[in-house]
Design a protein. Structure first.
Length: 116
């Protein structure tokens, strides 16, 4: 699975930003897709995921502020970031876990910087 992430950039705290992750395969071959993030000096942490059935899950740190969704026609998953905080500044990586392997494939990462 190849993944192409986009949408990162500079956003003010309290603003909004949408990340996109386009997969090279259709959703029916994927168990789940989502996002992790990594800040300087910190380990990569899970942010949100969506299953092939459309079930969503969020890390407590972003619950209520971020929304993950998908467009099956475009094989694309989105992360809508509302009311971001400076602590959300990180490189965001999308992943996809194919049913055949159950091993994450990773996108290239997109930098999100939230200014205070």
């Amino acid at each position: 699975v190849q993944l192409q992430a986009s949408g990162g950039g500079l956003v003010e705290a309290g603003g909004s930003l949408r990340l996109s992750c386009a997969a090279s395969v259709p959703f029916f071959v994927i168990n789940d897709m989502g996002w992790y993030r990594q800040s300087p000096g910190k380990q990569r942490e899970w942010v949100a995921s969506i299953t092939s059935g459309g079930n969503t899950n969020y890390a407590d740190l972003v619950k209520g502020r971020f929304t993950i969704s998908r467009d099956g026609a475009k094989n694309t998953v989105y992360l809508q970031m509302n009311s971001p905080k400076p602590d959300d500044t990180a490189v965001y990586y999308c992943y996809a876990r194919p049913r055949a392997t159950m091993i994450n494939s990773w996108g290239q990462g997109t930098l999100v910087t939230v200014s205070s």
